[in-house]
Design a protein around this ligand. Structure first.
Ligand SMILES: C[S@@+](CC[C@H](N)C(=O)[O-])C[C@H]1O[C@@H](n2cnc3c(N)ncnc32)[C@H](O)[C@@H]1O
Length: 255
């Protein structure tokens, strides 16, 4: 990796040229998104759950899906991961991530690849990070199924925006056709479809309530091992509750 040694003014000019930024990174004293509507983001969020990620990732591989400007990918490299790969579907974010990693002298690889194409990687990773992407997808459960199937080795750090009830409720294994009360209850798993825009963002498609986010993780085969803040889960790859998978890739009966 080439090491860059730039003056503060040069970093500031490059940061301006690569903007606008979603991640507020501190690049040798130059903030990339100082007016972020969520504050010093994602640093303020990370501090709420940093302790659930192993302090040392020595000997581990990490895949950050939807890495944006690379905040989490770089944090994992700082924790000593052997290899960190960041994926995003937008080149402008990948350019930011590559520049930030160079300025920080961190050896992280960034690649343009959609979550729907993770099968092309042909390898699994000890830790998969899938933060802030689910609700931007038109096919969220497919994405979780593909991650489970192709790249999840052991742990997954997951985050989704949630709206609606934050209560959890025991779900029955089956519901009679004529029993419809459960659909009226706030805590029944609900995925809210955004036909137009939410928060001015046309890429927000499906926003789960808490019970839905957790049920989707379980349905894809992930076991929730920690829930350090309302939207964030640490999972391990478990056994799928339905042996053939919910829909993809076998597409057979749900048993
Ligand atoms: C809200 S940002 C989250 C960034 C970062 N993971 C975080 O938690 O701060 C969503 C990111 O997902 C990326 N993204 C959206 N759809 C994607 C897809 N199909 N495959 C990979 N990345 C995607 C966007 O380009 C964007 O960088």
């Amino acid at each position: 990796m080439k090491r860059v040694s730039l003056s503060t003014d040069e970093i500031r000019r490059k940061v301006d040229a690569l903007g606008p930024w979603f991640h507020n990174l501190d690049l040798h004293g130059v903030p990339t998104a100082p007016s972020h509507f969520l504050g010093d983001y994602p640093a303020v969020k990370w501090q709420n759950f940093a302790e659930v990620v192993p302090e040392s990732l020595k000997g581990k591989t990490v895949l950050d899906i939807g890495c944006n400007a690379g905040f989490y990918a770089m944090e994992m490299k700082r924790r000593g991961a052997d290899r960190v790969l960041g994926l995003d579907s937008r080149d402008e974010y990948l350019a930011q991530a590559r520049f930030a990693a160079e300025v920080n002298d961190l050896d992280v690889e960034f690649r343009n690849l959609s979550v729907y194409d993770v099968g092309k990687l042909g390898e699994t990773f000890d830790l998969v990070i899938f933060m802030g992407v689910l609700y931007h997808l038109r096919h969220p459960l497919l994405a979780l199924d593909l991650i489970y199937e192709h790249v999840a080795g052991d742990m997954m750090l997951f985050q989704s925006m949630q709206r609606g009830s934050t209560r959890t409720a025991e779900l029955d294994q089956n519901y009679d056709f004529w029993t419809t009360d459960q659909f009226e209850s706030d805590e029944f798993p609900k995925l809210h479809f955004i036909e137009h825009r939410y928060a001015d963002d046309p890429t927000n498609w499906w926003i789960p309530n808490r019970n839905c986010a957790e049920a989707m993780l379980r349905s894809a085969g992930f076991v929730i091992t920690a829930h350090p803040e309302s939207e964030v889960y640490l999972c391990r790859r478990g056994k799928r509750p339905q042996s053939d998978g919910a829909v993809y890739p076998a597409g057979r009966s749900r048993g």
